[in-house]
Ligand binder design. Structure first.
Ligand code: ZN
Length: 241
């Protein structure tokens, strides 16, 4: 067996979770929101981690990418389905949003029947696929976040580095975190761990980390010099064995 064959057999399977790139609001669900088309469109774009889908495909063409099908403003797959467990539900940003990123009302009414239907359509199938794909794989949960904190954030005064590594004990090996930290610093980025957002989702992966990229790091987006620099840093990041 050649070295390359050996490597390909031992390299961990990589899954990238992209929960917040979508700006899709299916027509049938628009009526739940009382705000104007313009206000809804603004909120969808401000809340979205724009281009993280393309970023994932360009950085890791070999990976399985699991993406949310709809805007987080309709349903956020990166939340607990039970509001009692979800701290963001307190500010109207649980799995079903009632408030925008500035704390304003979306004038949204969702009956418990509608809620169940949304979960059955967009949440449970997403998690079923994510859990199946993540099983025994390495998972990267990919996000971007605003330079200036939203009023609804739980830790408004926390440090906002260019790269925030979200880690959880038992899921993210300490050596991997150290390797990622050093890697991004070598590429010239400021790095912190678990600030301003902490932890990584538990989808049953062997190892997992959340990568939160501050939005100004993307420059003017796909194709910009900043974009290429970021893609090359992501493409070469170390993975745990
Ligand atoms: Zn996000």
């Amino acid at each position: 067996m050649s070295d390359s064959e050996f490597e390909s057999k031992t390299r961990p399977r990589l899954v990238i979770h992209v929960p917040h790139a979508s700006t899709v609001m299916p027509e049938g669900h628009r009526a739940q929101f009382g705000i104007s088309d313009e206000a809804l469109e603004t909120e969808i774009h401000q809340s979205a981690d724009l281009h993280t889908d393309l970023l994932a495909r360009q950085a890791w063409p070999q990976a399985e990418i699991v993406e949310a099908r709809v805007s987080r403003v309709l349903l956020d797959v990166e939340r607990y389905a039970d509001d009692a467990l979800e701290q963001m539900a307190r500010v109207g940003r649980g799995v079903i949003y009632t408030h925008d990123c500035s704390g304003g009302s979306l004038q949204r009414t969702v009956s418990s029947k509608d809620r169940g239907q949304l979960l059955d359509t967009f949440y449970h199938p997403h998690w079923k696929k994510l859990r199946a794909d993540a099983s025994d794989a390495v998972l990267i949960d990919l996000h971007t976040y605003p330079e200036k904190a939203w009023p609804i954030e739980p830790r408004i005064d926390a440090a906002r580095p260019e790269i925030d590594l979200g880690t959880s004990a038992g899921i993210t090996p300490i050596e991997w975190t150290a390797g990622l930290w050093a890697h991004f610093e070598r590429h010239g980025f400021t790095v912190e761990e678990n600030t301003p957002y902490s932890g990584v989702i538990d989808a049953g992966a062997k190892h997992a980390v959340m990568i939160e990229i501050r939005r100004d790091v993307l420059g003017s987006g796909p194709g910009s010099p900043e974009w290429h620099r970021l893609v090359s840093a992501l493409a070469t990041l170390p993975l745990p064995g």
